[in-house]
Design a binder for this molecule. Structure first.
Ligand code: DGY
Length: 425
């Protein structure tokens, strides 16, 4: 397949999933707007329609909560094909949304749209309007998810990490009960192979948490302390830290001195706090369970994602060596879990498969910090995977087979990004 063919196919996927003001991750499995999917999808759209890319993120922020949170799903339409829908979340919003959040990529994405915008006037005006909204979301994170001011925020639900069924959550999930869950029927397994999705035991706990938070009327002033699941995920924090640093740069360029100073402070504090999650034994960062105070013995991609933030050069070099070591057991990098761990499952969602979005964030950070070799390896591996297996949700990193949903927006968006990286170096 030629580069032009690949780009054309990626754009066709994005256009096909475009619902006007927002893009669905894929038809069937995910029929609404997802937070981090949208922000990363906008990067792909910016290669062929800048105005449309801005709209993607603006639509998401039009559904920001008054307290600053940006929800992980916006239910723009009714669709029984997805569970859990608005009647389970019951968040009482004008347009129904979920009640939890997702990785804060918006600050990074908006800065990138601004930097590459050919229409400078439009880029300036639209970035400026989003600045205070993204700043409010960042403030919400540090107020509501870091009540003791540690510099790192906790997730209260695995869905917030975006890495739903990672091994990272197994131990903490032992503490989440399953009594009193309303009867439910999963829909995801009607669209995708059940062997490539989370288990029923995990779904029970996902739902118990949703019902628990709902019983507090989704009051974010109460949820952190009331949750039996509070995990500090290095990947989630690294994305937020990068977004704060990018928002600070953007605010400086656009005359928002307060926003810049605040976000710079959060980013700096976050980078030093990440050190407390470092594991010499694994050569990467680990999650910390905030309830027990212990590091979680699980070498997942969450602990490699800090490459996306401005971590010390020595740490980045060790992460690169860890990725290299793992790659010896794989055909495609980066696996979402260490293949040497007996808990590694190459086809099950976030317990092993490779994802283009995580490859992209690691490659981007590596590139920005002068680790060109790692960045190039990831670009090559990602494009080879697509040529072989198409625009899937995720891929078996050993066999290269496509897994989960097909015709996936953020995969297509990342292909356009990787093609641009391959061209410009
Ligand atoms: C799902 O339904 O699988 C999503 O990941 C939750 O956001």
């Amino acid at each position: 397949m030629t580069v032009a063919d690949l780009a054309e196919r990626a754009i066709a996927v994005l256009r096909d999933n475009d619902r006007g003001g927002y893009t669905v991750p894929t038809k069937g499995l995910y029929p609404f707007q997802w937070n981090w999917d949208s922000c990363l999808t906008a990067l792909g759209q910016s290669h062929y329609d800048e105005a449309r890319a801005w709209t993607e993120i603006e639509t998401l922020f039009a559904h920001q909560w008054p307290d600053g949170m940006v929800p992980h799903i916006v239910f723009h339409v009714e669709n029984d094909g997805y569970f859990p829908g608005p009647n389970v979340w019951r968040t009482n919003r004008p347009t129904p949304t979920s009640g939890i959040t997702q990785p804060a990529v918006a600050g990074f994405a908006v800065r990138r749209l601004f930097d590459r915008g050919k229409d400078r006037e439009m880029a300036g005006a639209r970035a400026k309007a989003l600045l205070p909204k993204i700043d409010a979301w960042h403030r919400w994170f540090y107020e509501r998810r870091d009540p003791k001011g540690e510099g790192l925020v906790a997730i209260l639900h695995p869905w917030e990490s975006g890495r739903d069924n990672s091994v990272d959550w197994d131990a903490a999930f032992e503490r989440v009960p399953t009594d009193g869950i309303e009867p439910y029927v999963r829909r995801d397994t009607q669209h995708a192979d059940a062997a490539q999705r989370p288990t029923k035991a995990q779904y029970d706990r996902y739902l118990w948490l949703v019902q628990h938070f709902r019983s507090f009327g989704w009051d974010n002033a109460k949820l952190h302390d009331a949750s039996p699941f509070q995990v500090v995920d290095p990947g989630f924090n690294a994305i937020l830290i990068r977004a704060c640093a990018d928002l600070a740069d953007l605010a400086e360029a656009l005359g928002g001195a307060d926003i810049a100073a605040r976000n710079r402070r959060w980013a700096r504090r976050g980078v030093s706090a990440l050190e407390s999650l470092w594991s010499d034994k694994h050569g990467q960062y680990l999650c910390r369970d905030r309830i027990t105070g212990q590091l979680v013995d699980s070498a997942s991609i969450g602990g490699l994602l800090p490459a996306f933030a401005a971590i010390p050069a020595g740490r980045l070099a060790t992460l690169a060596a860890t990725i290299e070591r793992q790659a010896k057991a794989l055909r495609f990098t980066v696996a979402s879990h260490d293949p040497a761990d007996p808990r590694f499952e190459p086809k099950r969602y976030w317990r092993g498969p490779a994802w283009l979005v995580t490859n992209y964030m690691i490659a981007d950070g590596a590139h920005a910090q002068g680790s060109a070799e790692l960045a190039e390896r990831l670009v090559r591996s990602s494009l080879k995977l697509i040529e072989q297996s198409g625009f899937a949700e995720y891929y078996d990193p050993v066999a290269g087979e496509p897994c989960g949903g097909g015709h996936f927006s953020w995969t297509a968006a990342m292909v356009l990004e990787f093609l641009a990286m391959a061209k410009h170096g």
